[in-house]
Every structure is written in structure tokens, then in C-alpha cells.
Design a protein around this ligand. Structure first.
Ligand code: HEC
Length: 151
């Protein structure tokens, strides 16, 4: 009996440490959001919001990837021909700047995003993390969609 009590007490002690740890993490996250790091909701643009919702899980907050994805800052695909970039992200059409076999072919196609969402997120990756390529317009995305749908 006494032995069992010790185990229970130990378990309680452990879980309160975890709870305290989570509380501290939560406070740190709130504090960070208020800083001038650009991570706060106020700093979001339509493009960064689409990135956050669709791309960040694989490509990471700074476009560096998780080791299995190409690095987006300085990428020839990202900063090159907007039509080739759009066709890749929308339909998985592999551009010449992206040889097959270098990374696992695990990127979904984003056909379901609206033209304005795609234009915003592609413009975001072309103008973030040191990238300084031209914007991708809604008209360009619409043209890519129409061209792909054509027989
Ligand atoms: C499930 C993980 C995943 C998600 C989500 C994802 N990607 Fe990717 N992305 C990849 C992988 C893996 C590759 C490399 C694929 C290959 O070589 O076949 C890649 C390649 C790319 C490239 C080519 C980069 C280069 O240097 O050649 C671009 C641009 C890109 N992704 C943009 C995006 C954008 C924009 C989004 C969100 C709309 C997104 N990705 C969402 C996994 C992902």
C-alpha cells in the first residue's frame, strides 16, 4: 500500500511540472507575437496568411524546409519564370530548374486555391527571406489555369 501512494505522488508531481512548462511556453509565445519580428497577426499579408495555412508545414516559417524540401530563399524556381512557378505549385508541372529525384515527390497540388490566393502566396515567396522577384498577378494565375484546362 505505501508503495502505491509513492507512485501516485510522483505522477502528480510530474504532471504539474508539465503543466507549468506549457504555461511558460504559452507566455513566451504571447510575448514573441508582440515583438517587431514580423510574426504578429498585424504583420500578416494575404500572401503570408495563405503560406501559413498551406505551405509552412513543409517549407517552414523562413522557407528553409525541414530537410526534405528545397530551400525557397534564393531558389531559381521561386525567383525565375512566374509561369513555371505557378504551374508547379498549381499542377505539379516540374520546371527545368527543379530536377526530379533530388527531393521526395511529396508536394501536393494547389489547384483548389483561388486565383487571388495563389497570386498572393507566390508573390509572398518571391518577395520574402531576401527573395526580390516580381509579383505574380491574378491574371497570370488565371491564364495558367486556363492554359492547363485547355486540351
Ligand atoms: C506536404 C509538404 C509540402 C507542402 C504542404 C508544400 N510543399 Fe512545396 N515542396 C515540397 C517538396 C517535397 C518539394 C520538392 C518536390 C520535388 O522535387 O518533387 C517542394 C517544392 C517546392 C518548390 C520548388 C522549389 C525549388 O527550389 O525548386 C516551390 C516553389 C514550392 N514547393 C512552393 C510551395 C508553396 C508556395 C506551397 C504552399 C502553397 C508549398 N510549396 C506547399 C513539399 C511541400
Amino acid at each position: 500500500m505505501p508503495r502505491r501512494n509513492i507512485v501516485v505522488a510522483h505522477t502528480r508531481g510530474f504532471s504539474s511540472v508539465v503543466v507549468l512548462g506549457l504555461a511558460v511556453l504559452g507566455l513566451a509565445a504571447c510575448g514573441g507575437g508582440k515583438g517587431s519580428s514580423g510574426a504578429g497577426p498585424a504583420a500578416q499579408t494575404p500572401g503570408s496568411r495563405v503560406y501559413l495555412q498551406n505551405c509552412i508545414g513543409c517549407h517552414g516559417p523562413a522557407g528553409q524546409g525541414m530537410g526534405m524540401q528545397p530551400v525557397l530563399p534564393g531558389s531559381a524556381t521561386v525567383n525565375g519564370d512566374p509561369a513555371a512557378l505557378t504551374a508547379w505549385v498549381m499542377f505539379g508541372v516540374r520546371p527545368a530548374t527543379m530536377p526530379a529525384g533530388k527531393y521526395p515527390p511529396m508536394m501536393p497540388q494547389f489547384t483548389y486555391l483561388k486565383d487571388d490566393e495563389l497570386a498572393a502566396v507566390l508573390t509572398h515567396v518571391r518577395s520574402s527571406w531576401g527573395n526580390a522577384a516580381t509579383a505574380v498577378t491574378v491574371a497570370e494565375v488565371a491564364a495558367a489555369r486556363a492554359a492547363h484546362a485547355a486540351p
